[in-house]
Design a protein around this ligand. Structure first.
Ligand code: ZN
Length: 401
């Protein structure tokens, strides 16, 4: 990539700044690294954000404030009150509204000079290339694997930089995947993890400020790429740990055998990413409940009937103790062994007895069942929808979280 940045000089030559904009961007303009030329590059630039959620919120707000001329947003969700502890582009009064409408209002409040384009559709293999093509930079703010691989492959095919971020609990990662200048996401992770093995933020939780930090790093990288300054995160994976308050870095190498950007790429068109990842491209909390393909399961209603008639079933809760404190089936004899400790406690489980494995919404319990099946346990059932669905359908005295 040239040090001039990504923006076509002819496009930069075509934009000027008004007196109001010169006052607004004063603290940029007085820095020689940005100056008038850099600020005009920002105005000539376009950035597409995938997701108007935790990462997309700070990224969109800072890019708007910085004067990026055109911002595109893809999302088809509505604002839920469980979004508000981290998705700061939305407010309490926006609950129930379209995330895109809410985000547009916030962006225009921050900077009315930004042109905002909204795409209220799921991102798919059928529309990704068309949606990405008119933008200079793509920012990946998704939290599911099918969309992440789709975004990567579409960026590689179009030669566009993919500013990546991901978050979980107290830890985050960021990188810039730009196949023309370095590795892509598939160089790092050629294959997705098995379905259910990696819990989503809806399952595992996330510290509210964490996407603020990672999304702001993504905005910083986008601005650097546009202006053509500094050392981009190309070929580096930044690891952030909020509890230890450390930043670490892993050097990434381009994989010559990468199926997307290697010497002999096999991915020459977009594929079916839901099939590739074995899970739907869906961020909602019920997503985990739908990923139980191949795992025998039981609905809360069936479990209730079987317990009522006195069947000998053990309920194994594989959540964390903090979650057990919120709601539990201890009154039905459930035992708590957190997911990460099940293998150490195998001797406490009787393979001859029927075991119903339960978590919050069914994702972690499905992964535990796959593990136990490999160790000779045959009589396992996954509680569909986890304790939250049990609370909704059977026992309304339990808290849903
Ligand atoms: Zn690659």
């Amino acid at each position: 990539m040239s040090s001039q940045g990504l923006i076509d000089p002819a496009a930069v030559a075509g934009v000027g700044l008004s007196g109001e904009e010169i006052r607004r961007y004063n603290r940029h303009l007085i820095m020689p690294e940005i100056g008038m030329v850099g600020q005009r590059k920002l105005k000539a630039a376009s950035v597409l954000l995938i997701g108007a959620g935790g990462l997309g919120s700070p990224a969109a707000m800072y890019l708007a404030a910085a004067g990026v001329g055109r911002l595109g947003l893809i999302d088809y969700d509505t604002v839920d009150d469980s979004n508000l502890h981290r998705q700061i582009i939305h407010g309490t009064r926006d609950v129930g509204r379209s995330k895109l409408e809410s985000a547009r209002e916030s962006i225009h409040d921050i900077n009315p000079h930004v042109r905002v384009e909204l795409y209220e559709v799921p991102l798919t293999s059928a529309n990704a290339l068309e949606l990405f093509r008119p933008y200079d930079i793509i920012i990946d703010g998704t939290d599911n694997f099918p969309t992440r691989y789709l975004t990567n492959d579409a960026c590689v095919l179009l030669g566009k930089p993919n500013v990546y971020g991901s978050i979980f609990r107290f830890e985050g990662q960021a990188s810039v995947f730009h196949a023309a200048a370095g590795p892509c996401y598939r160089c790092l992770f050629p294959e997705p993890p098995p379905p259910g093995l990696v819990p989503s933020c809806a399952e595992g939780g996330v510290l509210g400020v964490l996407p603020g930090i990672i999304g702001t790093i993504q905005a910083t990288e986008a601005i650097k790429l546009i202006v053509g300054i500094g050392q981009p995160l190309i070929g580096r994976l930044l690891l952030y740990d909020a509890l230890a308050m450390t930043f670490d870095e892993i050097r990434l190498r381009k994989n010559p055998d990468c199926p997307a950007c290697g010497e002999h790429p096999t991915i020459t068109a977009l594929i079916d990413y839901e099939q590739f990842c074995g899970m739907p491209a869906h961020d909602h909390s019920d997503y985990a409940a739908r990923t139980n393909g191949g795992v025998p399961s039981i609905t809360p209603g069936e479990l209730k009937r079987r317990l009522d008639r006195g069947d000998d079933l053990l309920i194994l809760d594989v959540r964390e103790p903090e979650e057990w404190a919120i709601s539990n089936l201890g009154g039905l004899g459930a035992v708590l062994i957190p997911m990460g400790q099940v293998l150490e406690h195998l001797d406490e489980l009787d393979p001859a007895r029927e075991i119903v494995v339960q978590c919050r919404s069914g994702g972690r319990s499905a992964a535990v069942i796959l593990e136990l099946q490999q160790r000779g346990f045959g009589k396992l059932l996954n509680l569909e929808g986890g304790i939250n669905r049990w609370a909704l359908e059977i026992d309304p005295s339990l808290l849903v979280y």
